[in-house]
Each structure stands twice: as structure tokens, then as C-alpha cells.
Ligand binder design. Structure first.
Ligand code: ARG
Length: 459
């Protein structure tokens, strides 16, 4: 059957394959609320500017609300033949209110319509990500506060490096998620301009009021160039890019939780709520939620690359390629919100094993740097020489299968004659972390100061 929108131009309807490749209603129905909101703003503006009559605008506005409630009640007759959400809504509006429905599309195109709908949707997702990140940072700060002075190994190359505190490690993620949050805020502010009224690409001859529709839709202002307004999807790319960076942070934390919850580390105990057992191995408690966060993050990175790839070769202005912006962005947003919620839940129900952390903190000569620093501070050795002396002491301890504090003063003096008994004060892991008082360092005082700053920020 002829498509009702192009009936005059196309005698026969598209065949089934064309319909399958062309239709987007299967996914863009998700934009129904934004589409109806945009259309209501447009109709009100058309009446305010005298382009259509008040009574037509009123019929359109009311009819659109009827359509909205039909969709929300789940009894809307979506039709693939009508291609997308815009034409589905408009066709149904025609059935509901008759002739005035045909006036809604005055001074508008599906090109500015879809750009508007999608922007409104992505803007909502920025808000959701910001809210999700706030909750996650709160969970991170709560963990940090509980163990602000619990010592644990700090790693480089996943090899013991220097002792740090649990609070310090948790607050590292608070910083990362805090930057993620601000990236979504920045992206939101930049995308908050209205494409509506750009029409197909060139603007329109009707005396429309773009400021009015921009304001009605909560945009700061109309976009200043109609070609740009209908042809860029940088707002979605920015959302996806911010999502990708956040996803990588989530994935790294997930990876640490997988490692830490292993029997070999036992740094943390996951709640039963966030783990699963094995059908064959009775002892198992697998960190499935963390693993799935780590894995699902790939979808977000993939969606980002996919949309960049869609956009990279497109001449101005609209091309149908851009219809492929939605599924990727929908999936990435869903995945991000799920991963944020799962990580927040997992972290909130996580128990850090203080004793295991502390025992592990001293393994692997983790205070060797403290010993070298003592030699510099107390004996005036150049750091490079102190490094060498310490290296010899580490080799001695390693040869005997003991830790640095297990060496005797005589052992120490056999390597450097001026070493004194008080060197042993700096070999303990608590002393080590307490000494790292530089701004942003792991000393519990410093960590508590950062916790306080974040709590104030989140309040
Ligand atoms: N479904 C289309 C999309 O998502 C709407 C815009 C169609 N515009 C057009 N000129 N065919 O991009």
C-alpha cells in the first residue's frame, strides 16, 4: 500500500526488505515522550505566531496527550510501514483529531524533529548518569571512611610497591568518578541548545519563534546554524565518550574487586547478593556482578566507535545513516546505568578484610623506600646511595626468607655502619603511611581531609 506521507510520489509501497532496513520504529519508539513534547511545543509556537489557529493548536495539543496516554498504556498501534516514531505519532494524531493534525508539520521537518527528540533524550541520560555517579561516589566515600587508616599494599605492576590505606585507594576512585560526573555536566551544558526550527536544513520562511520552542523544551537557546542543527550528532558522541571513560573506570574497579575477592588475596568479601555459587564446586563464591560490569563495558566502547564510524564520512546536512545513532546510544546508556547501579550496590555491600589487608601490606619489602628515606634524612646519604644500601639489605632479607624488620641491627650495620636502632621505627607499615603527609598522600589525615571535602561536595 502507498505510504500515506509520500502517497503522491510513490505508487507502490516499499517491499518487505526495504521496510526492514528503512524502519526505525522498532527502536526509536523509545523517543515517544520527547517526540510528543517537542510537537506540543511546536504547535503552541505555531499558534502564538499566528501560523496556525488557536483552535487547531488546541486540538493538536490535546490529541497529542491522547496519543501519549495510548503509548503509555501499551495500546498504541505501532506500524512498521510508518517507518519511525515521528510518523507513527502524526498518523495516529490524524486518526484521533482529523484535519488539524495535518498542520502540525508546518515549518518543521523530521530532520529537526529527530535532532530535537534525540537531544532531549540524551540530555535526560546525562542527568541519569550524574545521579548514578553521585550515588556511586557516596558509596566509595563510605568505604573510604570506614577504613581511612587501614593499611594495605599499594601496587605498581601488580607488585607490592608501598603501603597505602584502604581509604586512599577508595578515594582514588571517588576522584575518577568525580571527573566522570563533571564530564556529563559539561556535555549536558554544551548540548542544551535547540535544533527545532532548523527545518529540513535551511530554516523556514514561516515566521516561527525558535526562542519560544527552545524555552518550552528547557533549552538555553536555539542553535545558531540550521545546517549544523540537523546534521551533527556530536552531543551523542560526547555522551558516549564521557560514558566510555566512566566505563573504563568502572571496569578497572571491577577488575580489582575480582582480584581482591580471590582466596589468594582475600582483601574483600563480597556479599552473597552480588555473587553466585558453582553448581559443582561447593566452596565457590564467584564475583559475577564485577565480572559482568567488566565485560559489559565493551558494549559502551563499541557503541562509541560505531557512532564515530557512522558520522565520519557524512557530508552536510542530514543523511539517513544518522538513523543509526539511536540503537547504539540507547544500548550504551542502558549498559552504563546498569553498571553504575550494580557497582554502587556491590560496593555498599562489600566488606574489606582489615586483617588480611594489613598482613599483605608488609609483604614484599613494602617499606624499603621508607628505609632509603631514613638513610637520606638521618645519615645525609644521597638518595641514589641510600637506594643502593637498601637494595643490599633487601637482598639479605630475601636470601634468608625474612622481612626487613626481621633483620637485626648488626645485620644492618654490616651493610652501613652508621645505621641506628631507631631505623626500625620506619619499617612498620603504619609508620610508613602516617609519614606520607604530602598533599594528596596516603597519610590517614590527608585521606580524611579528602573524605571531608567530598562529603561537603555531595551534600
Ligand atoms: N527516522 C529518522 C532518523 O532517525 C528521522 C529523520 C528522517 N528524515 C529524513 N529526511 N528521512 O533519522
Amino acid at each position: 500500500s502507498a505510504n500515506s506521507m509520500w502517497g503522491g510520489r510513490f505508487a507502490a509501497g516499499p517491499d518487505a526488505i526495504m521496510e526492514a532496513i528503512n524502519a526505525s520504529i522498532g527502536f526509536d519508539r523509545r523517543l515517544y515522550a520527547q517526540d510528543i513534547r517537542g510537537s506540543r511545543a511546536h504547535a503552541a509556537m505555531l499558534a502564538a505566531t499566528g501560523i496556525i489557529s488557536d483552535s487547531d493548536a488546541e486540538a493538536i495539543g490535546k490529541g497529542l496527550l491522547t496519543v501519549l496516554s495510548e503509548i503509555e498504556a501499551g495500546d498504541f498501534p505501532f506500524q512498521t510501514a510508518l517507518e519511525d516514531i515521528h510518523m507513527n505519532v502524526e498518523a495516529r494524531l490524524k486518526e484521533v483529531i482529523g484535519e488539524p493534525a495535518g498542520r502540525l508539520h508546518t515549518g518543521r521537518s523530521r530532520n529537526d524533529q529527530v535532532a530535537t527528540d534525540f537531544r532531549l533524550w540524551v540530555r535526560d541520560q546525562c542527568d541519569a548518569a550524574i545521579e548514578g555517579l553521585r550515588a556511586l561516589i557516596r558509596a566509595t566515600v563510605t568505604q573510604a571512611e570506614a577504613g581511612a587508616d587501614w593499611v594495605m599494599p599499594g601496587f605498581t605492576h601488580l607488585q607490592t610497591a608501598q603501603p597505602v590505606t584502604w581509604g586512599h585507594h577508595m578515594m582514588a576512585y571517588a576522584e575518577m568518578f568525580g571527573r566522570d560526573l563533571s564530564r556529563f555536566q559539561d556535555a549536558r551544558a554544551r548540548m542544551n541548545e535547540s535544533p527545532l526550527g532548523a527545518a529540513a536544513l535551511a530554516g523556514t520562511g514561516y515566521p516561527i519563534d525558535r526562542d519560544m520552542t527552545a524555552q518550552a523544551l528547557g533549552f538555553d537557546r536555539p542553535m545558531a546554524n540550521s545546517l549544523d542543527a540537523v546534521s551533527d550528532r556530536d552531543f551523542a558522541l560526547e555522551f558516549l565518550s564521557a560514558s566510555s571513560i566512566c566505563a573504563v573506570h568502572l571496569s578497572r574497579l571491577a577488575e580489582e574487586l575480582v582480584i581482591w575477592s580471590s582466596a589468594q588475596f582475600s582483601f574483600v568479601s563480597m556479599s552473597d547478593k552480588w555473587s553466585t555459587g558453582s553448581s559443582i564446586m561447593p566452596q565457590k563464591r564467584n564475583p559475577d556482578a564485577a565480572e559482568l560490569i567488566r565485560a559489559k563495558i565493551g558494549r559502551i566502547l563499541g557503541a562509541t566507535v560505531a557512532l564515530f564510524t557512522v558520522m565520519k564520512g557524512l557530508p552536510l546536512a542530514y543523511s539517513k545513516d544518522m538513523q543509526e545513532d539511536k540503537e547504539q546510544t540507547f544500548d550504551a546508556a542502558d549498559t552504563l546505568m546498569l553498571a553504575l547501579a550494580a557497582m554502587t550496590g556491590m560496593l555498599s555491600d562489600l566488606t574489606a578484610n582489615r586483617d588480611r589487608l594489613e598482613a599483605a601490606a608488609g609483604i614484599g619489602f613494602s617499606t624499603a623506600t621508607d628505609l632509603a628515606d631514613w638513610l637520606v634524612r638521618e645519615l645525609g646519604l644521597p638518595f641514589r646511595d641510600a637506594h643502593h644500601v637498601t637494595g643490599s639489605l633487601v637482598a639479605m632479607a630475601e636470601g634468608r626468607g625474612v622481612d626487613l624488620p626481621d633483620l637485626t641491627l648488626e645485620d644492618m650495620q654490616s651493610v652501613h655502619g652508621q645505621i641506628r636502632q631507631d631505623v626500625f621505627n620506619v619499617l612498620g607499615v603504619h609508620n610508613s603511611v602516617a609519614s606520607r603527609q604530602s598533599y594528596g598522600g596516603t597519610a590517614p589525615d590527608q585521606v580524611r581531609a579528602q573524605i571531608a571535602r567530598w562529603k561537603e561536595k555531595l551534600a
